[in-house]
Design a protein around this ligand. Structure first.
Ligand code: C2E
Ligand code: MG
Ligand code: MG
Length: 316
């Protein structure tokens, strides 16, 4: 029954898309329909993304057992192509499920970064992403590129590049399906090691992204001196740029155009409203990530989301 209605809506949208004046609105509507359809079938993901805080001592005490018991789960947040309104990739984000509660990464990542535990978590996440992807490939599912966060603390560790490649190859994942996200820092500390890593990843065909650009004191040298594939603009800059005429608005527009001219892809995080989408499209930025489209969702829901996008494509 729902499928019948969706099919009728699809036909109407196709008609609207033929008309230049209504094509953009039709695209927005298509995304809304996809959201409603997915919520009807799989529930509202916002209710599954609670923010539970845990204190420092507990993190240290519980971490090793949590790894052994697979309490850390990979959640996926789609990155949406604003021309087709379909996911063209996703970011893997860590969720700690403990005592039936979902613990937010902001409350444990900074603590793990104070010790070598973050290395263990980042490799655990990479391995679990590769395991999911292997299964999707074996099941003949549509697979999109997944980006995995790697803490800057890891840069300079022994055989970092080799160990990343070993995991990806262990699961026979084509390198182009993996992207590594690294946060920028304003300091020159570890710059040479970072450069070696980014160059090494490029040489083996693994994509790289500068995360959280626009927070702290962003460095232009970091962008010009390293061959990144993607620059991700942080949500804080987007939200400050929402006010037209503000200096942040001007900066956002120019950063997007600079990134494009440098031959990189620009992804904007924290997209929450139709106005944010319009701002990006008006400035020729066509990849967005944010709650407007979806929150980070479990592997199971992510698979279903990709499947429903495929179904819609087949119905067209
Ligand atoms: P990040 O890598 O910049 O990830 C994006 C964060 O923005 C995520 O928070 C995501 O849920 C949130 N976000 C996405 N869209 C919106 C939006 O529209 N509005 C708002 N307000 N927020 C949005 P999350 O999942 O809580 O992760 C926070 C940070 O924790 C990440 O920021 C990343 O730095 C770190 N993190 C998460 N997983 C890992 C991991 O496996 N390894 C490492 N090293 N860091 C991780
Ligand atoms: Mg990230
Ligand atoms: Mg970010």
């Amino acid at each position: 029954m729902i499928s019948e209605s969706i099919k009728r809506i699809e036909e109407l949208l196709n008609e609207l898309e033929q008309n230049a004046e209504t094509a953009d609105k039709a695209c927005e509507l298509r995304m809304e329909v996809a959201n409603v359809y997915s919520k009807l079938r799989y529930g509202d993901s916002s209710k599954r993304d609670g923010k539970v805080i845990i204190d420092k001592n507990n993190v240290e005490e519980l971490f090793e057992d949590a790894v052994k018991n697979n309490e850390f789960k990979v959640f996926y947040q789609p990155k949406v192509n604003l021309k087709t309104y379909e996911p063209n990739g996703a970011e893997a984000l860590c969720r700690w499920i403990h005592d039936d509660q979902v613990i937010s990464p902001d409350s444990f990542i900074p603590i793990l970064e104070q010790s070598s535990r973050i290395e263990k978590l980042d490799f655990y996440m990479l391995e679990h992403v590769c395991m999911d992807m292997r299964r999707w490939l074996d099941e003949g599912r549509n697979v999109v590129q997944i980006s995995v966060n790697l803490s800057r603390i890891n840069v300079g560790q022994d055989r970092l590049l080799e160990r990343i490649v070993e995991i990806v190859d262990k699961y026979r994942i084509p390198h182009s399906y993996i992207q590594i996200e690294l946060t920028e820092t304003s300091t020159e500390l570890g710059f040479d090691e970072l450069k070696d890593l980014v160059l090494g990843l490029r040489d083996v065909g693994i994509s790289t992204a500068v995360d959280d650009f626009g927070t702290g004191y962003s460095s232009l040298k970091l962008i010009s001196d390293l061959p990144w594939n993607v620059l991700k603009i942080d949500k804080s800059l987007l939200h400050e740029a929402e006010r037209e005429g503000s200096s942040e608005h001007l900066m956002l527009c120019h950063i997007i155009s600079m990134v494009r001219d440098l031959g990189m892809e620009c992804v904007v995080e924290g997209v929450e409203t139709p106005e944010d989408v319009k701002l990006l499209k008006d400035n020729n930025c066509f990849v967005a990530q944010g709650f407007y489209f979806d929150r980070p969702i479990s592997a199971e829901y992510f698979e279903q989301l990709l499947e429903s996008v495929n179904q819609q494509k087949r119905m067209r």
